[in-house]
Design a protein around this ligand. Structure first.
Ligand code: GCB
Length: 619
């Protein structure tokens, strides 16, 4: 939305020049770029030029005019994994590539879309400033038509910066933070940096185009309903929506008033979407009239509803139990860079083990994950990168973090709102109270008024943007129970028997049982344990289960699953973690790794994976 775009001036007085960068508009990322008979896409992934800028002189020295002394880098990918001298480098770095814009795109609106730049990015085209964006793991796009040269190569320059700071989300460089690791991230995963997802050029028709589509689904008896809201740019009066699937076709006209049209389409004998039958209808939205189609966008959707009772999570009105994992986007050499073979492998392993869900811990995942989950029938807890959040200390930093969380919620819901797989938005993982005491359980600890106000604000934003899904916050051991009560469903991470009651699984289980029963009594809402697990060195064995052995991990998981099975208000169990993953260096992270995966980092099953498979599939 143009009106939302704020012009940002960066004045570099020493060099005596001014540059104009548009702040990325979250409204522009609703529709993933699509190639069809009208729209065009060009994926710019590949080998780019790369140069670190540790002295931060690049902008003054006009590196945007053409990168000298560069080295090659793969995009997508993290820069920390691709060289022998950059693992812990978290400062400024520059990326550059060149591309022709296809001649057939002339006369259309041209956009550049960056899938994820961790953490902050500035973009130039042919040396001209285009825009800036803060925050990793989510896409941003700019219209670049006025900067494009036709019939000549176009230079795309992206400056990426990944400094760890208490004012950012996720936080870093926090004094007294819980995870004392190097680099000093305030969270338990490696702070990978760079262009982590595909970079796209795409074009839209100039006269009128579809800017966004919002789909809401429901059903009454055997009749489904698909409610559409279509936003358009340019001169548009009419259009239509065609829904097809299951051998049927339904059509509705779209009448635009102030560039917005709505329609509700009934689907008799609807085929509902579920993990057992992840059936997707195709929605084709076109604008124009009988003589000319001005724009076309197709998306897949599943008709389903999500709700809760005091004890259960309901999908399509029926109880469903979440079996699955917390994950990471993490793989050797790729770092946090998207790797499609790994995504496909992860889904096949999750199916093999009998999982039906996962959480995008601790940040939004690449769009391919979301599309795969829609098609493969997985339920997702979709999480913003608010890990390690806290509410004490510097007030201006707190305000900056809050603004960032709001931006992330805005961007995430804009991006993922049409995925049937997404059942829940998570506004934070393990926010930290000032007085965290992991031994104390969560009951009785008080939440500060600042923290309650911050969470109320985030939950209100989520509900204002999407009232069809659940909202939650994932709580830390020893954190205040009041935070948990703000969500539609209680989500907690627990490690009794590991971080407390270390090695004493029986003792850990007792406190887990007490806490679960207490939480349910207090809030009368279903509970999901979104993390539980034990570090396990693959190949380590012990006849009597002992920490770090495959036997201990299996026992730990079994004990927690048994506690859950005995309680009808536990609505899901997500093992931490799906696979081992890279962390910073620290005394509780041997070789800079978290070994709580039930698969190794290269996806070989530990004994616990076989146990889960037999428990979850009966095989
Ligand atoms: C947690 C965090 C997760 C860590 C995990 C652990 O509670 O949410 O990011 O990796 O514990 O293994 O300590």
């Amino acid at each position: 939305m143009k009106k939302m775009a704020i012009l940002f001036w960066v004045c570099c007085t020493t060099a005596g020049y001014a540059q104009e960068f548009t702040v990325a508009d979250p409204a522009m990322i609703g529709l993933f770029p699509q190639q069809n008979e009208i729209r065009n896409t060009l994926n710019l992934s590949g080998i780019w030029k790369f140069r670190k800028d540790s002295l931060e002189v690049g902008e003054q020295d006009k590196w945007q005019g053409g990168l000298q002394d560069f080295r090659p880098i793969a995009v997508p990918g993290s820069w920390n994994e691709q060289f022998t001298d950059s693992r812990d480098y978290l400062g400024l770095a520059w990326y550059e590539t060149e591309t022709f814009v296809p001649a057939a795109w002339r006369g259309q609106r041209i956009f550049l879309r960056v899938g994820s730049a961790n953490y902050a990015a500035k973009v130039w085209v042919n040396g001209q400033p285009v825009g800036r964006h803060e925050g990793g793991h989510l896409p941003f796009a700019f219209e670049i038509g006025s900067r494009v040269q036709w019939g000549a190569p176009n230079r795309i320059t992206i400056q990426v910066e990944n400094k760890l700071s208490p004012a950012r989300v996720p936080t870093g460089n926090v004094t007294g933070g819980f995870f004392s690791s190097y680099p000093k991230a305030n969270y338990d995963f490696f702070p990978y940096a760079g262009l982590h997802r595909d970079v796209w050029l795409y074009s839209l028709p100039a006269t009128a185009s579809i800017r966004d589509i919002t789909v809401k689904t429901g059903f009454n008896g055997a009749t489904g309903s698909i409610e559409l809201k279509v936003a358009a740019d340019g001169a548009v009066k009419g259009g239509k929506a065609v829904i097809s699937g299951n051998g049927r076709r339904f059509e509705s006209p779209l009448n635009f008033v102030n560039n917005t049209a709505t329609a509700t389409i009934a689907i008799p004998d609807v085929r509902l979407w579920s993990p057992e039958d992840p059936f997707l209808y195709q929605i084709d939205v076109t604008i124009g009239d009988a003589k000319a189609t001005l724009d076309h966008y197709a998306l897949e959707t599943g008709v389903r509803t999500v709700s809760v009772t005091d004890k259960e999570l309901l999908l399509n009105g029926k109880p469903i139990f979440l079996k699955g994992f917390g994950k990471h986007e993490d793989f050797p050499i790729f770092g946090r860079g998207v790797a499609n073979p790994v995504i496909v492998k992860d889904f096949s392993l999750m199916k093999w083990v009998g999982a039906n869900s996962f959480r995008t811990s601790h940040y939004p995942y690449d769009e391919t994950y979301m599309q795969m989950a829609d098609r493969e029938g997985f339920l997702i807890i979709d999480e913003i990168p608010a890990v390690g959040l806290y509410f004490h200390g510097d007030a201006s930093e707190l305000a900056q973090r809050q603004a960032m969380c709001r931006q992330y919620i805005n961007e995430l819901i804009n991006r993922d709102k049409n995925h049937p797989s997404v059942i829940m938005w998570n506004v934070a993982n393990e926010p930290m109270p000032a007085d965290l005491n992991i031994n104390g359980g969560s009951r009785g600890r008080e939440a500060s008024p600042e923290s309650m106000a911050a969470f109320r604000d985030l939950f209100a934003l989520v509900k204002e943007k999407d009232n069809t899904r659940l909202a939650t916050v994932v709580g830390v051991m020893g954190g205040p129970a009041e935070w948990l009560g703000l969500g539609d469903i209680i989500c907690i991470n627990r490690y009794y028997g590991w971080y407390t009651h270390t090695g004493d699984l029986a003792g850990g289980v007792k406190i887990l049982e007490m806490e679960l029963d207490g939480l349910h009594k207090q809030f009368n809402k279903p509970i999901i344990i979104t993390e539980f697990g034990a570090d396990t060195y693959p190949g380590m064995h012990a006849d009597e289960p002992e920490m770090y052995s495959e036997e201990f991990q299996t026992q730990f998981i079994k004990a927690y699953l048994d506690v859950a099975a005995a309680r009808d208000f536990v609505a899901g169990m997500h093992v931490w973690a799906f696979a081992d993953f890279k962390t910073g260096q620290g005394i509780i992270r041997f070789s800079g790794m978290n070994y709580k995966g039930v698969f190794t980092r290269d996806r070989r099953p530990k004994a616990a994976a076989h146990y889960l498979r037999s428990r979850w599939t009966g095989e």
